[in-house]
Ligand binder design. Structure first.
Ligand SMILES: Cc1ncc(COP(=O)(O)O)c(C=O)c1O
Length: 358
């Protein structure tokens, strides 16, 4: 593995506890102007650049009123390639020459590594040391430089920002970035092109880039579509944020309890949140048991491998239909399939019907 020389993050500074009053980053969402929001033209521009790089994933008919969009079929196993490639491909030749840095719990890092390699650019990845090894190994295989940090937003952002300043790398944030949001929004364009009847779309929420982009594309093109974010009960900061009218942070120790490692972000981004307030119809939360059960249903009945974060939207359809808007065709975004093999085996349990086979 290649390593860059950097001060270990634990010695940079002690990080204060993260609270609603002490946000780790950015302007307050309420200060954002509508003109800051991602436009349909930006999403369509991203779609042009992604052609030939990202898979146009199918809408897989599953239950009578449920279509699944399996982003696990992307080259890096998650939708994240859309945002990462959209952002990096928009850089000037000078910015490209300097290289890129990002912070991520795994899938975005892998996507940045993949996109940077495709474009011939150096990538440095700041990764929480708790990230599942399957994701870390995939990043290493893509030739990126890796820096491990504590699993807190402050540690991740602090180290990535420090590296960007010291080495001139372009920072490619995982969700709080218009270029990234535009890339994720290309999923919304595809859903509308693939289904005339889709009227409720269920989207996993971590930092909110995916939900922001998809909701923007859907609402600007088909305003009647209802867009619902889905997150674990154990990391329900997006729900709290919508209730409070501004991004609210959860402690890393709290969000760290969910099995959905990709959704352990402590606080949605300011720019994603500004999109939520304009385009998102609601947030539904799902339990850990429901996430596990949805993973089993997806594997055994839909023949699709989902990582825990990738299963939350389907869990909302399966177990919280009464909380969802009425619809004739629901779409759940299966956002990723990068699950540690041992964890997958543990969650899937015995193959149905073989428990007593000895
Ligand atoms: C598989 C998967 N699903 C959902 C998300 C959440 O995306 P966002 O942070 O844009 O809300 C992530 C983020 O890493 C992810 O990897």
């Amino acid at each position: 593995m290649k390593r860059v020389s950097v001060t270990p993050v634990t010695t940079i500074s002690p990080h204060p506890p993260c609270t609603a009053q002490n946000r780790p980053y950015g302007l307050m969402a309420t200060l954002r102007h509508v003109s800051d929001l991602v436009t349909l033209a930006e999403i369509e521009g991203a779609a042009e650049r992604l052609r030939g790089v990202c898979v146009r994933t199918p809408l897989v008919p599953f239950q009578p009123s449920l279509l699944i969009k399996p982003e696990s079929l992307q080259p890096v196993g998650a939708f994240k390639l859309r945002g990462a490639y959209a952002a990096i491909s928009s850089l000037s030749p000078r910015q490209r020459a300097n290289g890129v840095v990002t912070h991520s719990s795994g899938n975005h890092a892998q996507a940045v590594a993949y996109a940077a390699r495709a474009l011939g650019i150096r990538a440095v990845l700041v990764i929480p040391h708790t990230t599942p090894s399957v994701k870390v190994e995939a990043c290493q295989a893509l030739g990126a430089d890796i820096v491990f940090v504590e699993p807190s937003m402050e540690a991740r952002i602090g180290t990535a920002t420090q590296l960007a300043g010291a080495h001139g790398f372009e920072l490619i944030p995982p969700f709080d970035d218009a270029r990234v949001i535009a890339g994720q929004g290309t999923i919304g364009l595809e859903i509308l092109a693939q289904s005339r009847s889709a009227d409720v779309v269920l989207v996993p929420v971590g930092g909110g880039g995916l939900l922001a982009g998809v909701a923007t594309a859907l609402k600007l093109l088909r305003p009647s579509v209802r867009v619902i974010g889905v997150e674990p009960e154990l990391a329900a900061d997006a729900l709290d944020s919508l209730k409070a009218g501004e991004p609210v942070a959860w402690d890393a120790a709290e969000t760290g309890r969910t099995i959905a490692d990709a959704l352990r972000v402590q606080q949605v981004g300011d720019l994603p949140f500004a999109h939520f307030t304009k385009y998102v119809d609601g947030i539904v939360t799902v339990s850990e048991d429901e996430i596990r059960s949805a993973m089993r249903v997806l594997a055994f009945q839909a023949h699709l491998v989902a990582e825990p974060a990738g299963a939350v939207a389907t869990a909302a359809y399966l177990y919280h239909r009464d909380e969802l808007p009425r619809g004739s065709a629901y779409v759940s975004i299966l956002s990723g399939g990068n699950v540690d093999p041992a964890r997958l085996v543990e969650i899937l349990g015995p193959v149905p019907g073989t428990e007593d086979s000895g």
